[in-house]
Design a protein around this ligand. Structure first.
Ligand code: MF3
Ligand code: CO
Ligand code: CO
Length: 271
């Protein structure tokens, strides 16, 4: 459906006091085609990382893989120089929640869990996704955290239906995480994406059902829960002003996909 067809239906929600998306948040078929291609390249980048990641490698090596693969295929790594971010990808190890900066000094070792978060610009469009990698022999408790976080993402995605609300996503994520004794990061969340790296709405991973912006078919958002083994509290690394780290030093995990809101189940664009 085009914006013109959707407008009346959206207006009816707005009249009831529901927060509704602006026109630029509902993508045109042409924009969707571009976003699909950006997501496809972003997926290939993560596949390339997955192929090579192993103990003994540094997070700088991951950065090199991402930069080289992305640019060789006509893309641009979106994080590079984004608000001063110095690298092409975020690599967040163990107690790092997000925005870990690749470094020659960070050597991956057996037992580590690492999130690799790639965002790719392709012909002006954006795709954004992240995966967890378990290096060598990982403890069962860390494996459980990674698995539950992935399931949080899956459930959050399944809850993101056209004519539902953004809060529906965070409601199912928080309830599943807490059932497993974990906590949910509130300072960072999902977001609209496609024409820019971060668009509206903010997708809080703790929310109540039937609250927040209306989800309209054609919107593209990310679902990217950050789930902590211990407390939800975090601080920002004072040395780089980017990396979020758990206050209690316990592990944190994250999975992310870019999805298209439809009339039914959302379509995952970043597979
Ligand atoms: N990929 C991140 C996200 O999911 C954004 C990274 S911002 C950067 O929203 F500057 F750290 F790259
Ligand atoms: Co991301
Ligand atoms: Co994102």
């Amino acid at each position: 459906m085009s914006w013109k067809d959707l407008e009346k239906k959206i207006a009816a929600y707005e009249a009831k006091g529901v927060e509704v998306p602006t026109e630029n948040l509902v993508k045109t078929p042409e924009q969707l085609e571009g976003i699909r291609k950006a997501c496809a390249l972003n997926t290939a980048v993560l596949d390339e990382v997955e192929k090579h990641i192993k103990a003994g490698m540094t997070t700088e090596d991951i950065n090199t893989i991402v930069y080289d693969y992305t640019t060789a295929h006509g893309g641009i790594p979106a994080p590079l120089n984004y608000e001063g971010f110095p690298k092409s990808v975020c690599t967040s190890v163990n107690e790092e929640v997000c925005h870990g900066i690749p470094s020659r000094d960070v050597v991956l070792k057996s037992g580590d869990i690492v999130n690799v978060d790639a965002t790719t610009i392709y012909h002006g469009y954006y795709g954004d996704a992240s995966r967890m990698f378990m290096i060598g022999r990982v403890t069962p408790t860390r494996k459980d955290l990674v698995g539950v976080t992935r399931e949080c993402m899956r459930r959050g995605i399944a809850a993101a239906k056209g004519w539902g609300r953004v809060g529906d996503i965070g409601a199912v994520i928080a309830s599943f995480a807490r059932k497993h004794g974990y906590s949910v990061v509130r300072e960072f969340g999902g977001h609209g994406v496609g024409l820019d790296m971060h668009e509206e709405p903010f997708v809080c991973h703790i929310a109540r059902k039937n609250t927040g912006m209306l989800l309209v078919p054609g919107m593209v958002i990310t679902v990217e829960p950050m789930i902590n083994m211990g407390k939800p509290d975090l601080y920002i690394d004072a040395d780089n002003n980017w990396t979020a780290i758990t206050e209690d030093g316990k592990a944190s995990a994250q999975w992310e996909n870019t999805i298209l809101i439809t009339e039914g189940e959302p379509e995952i664009l970043s597979y």
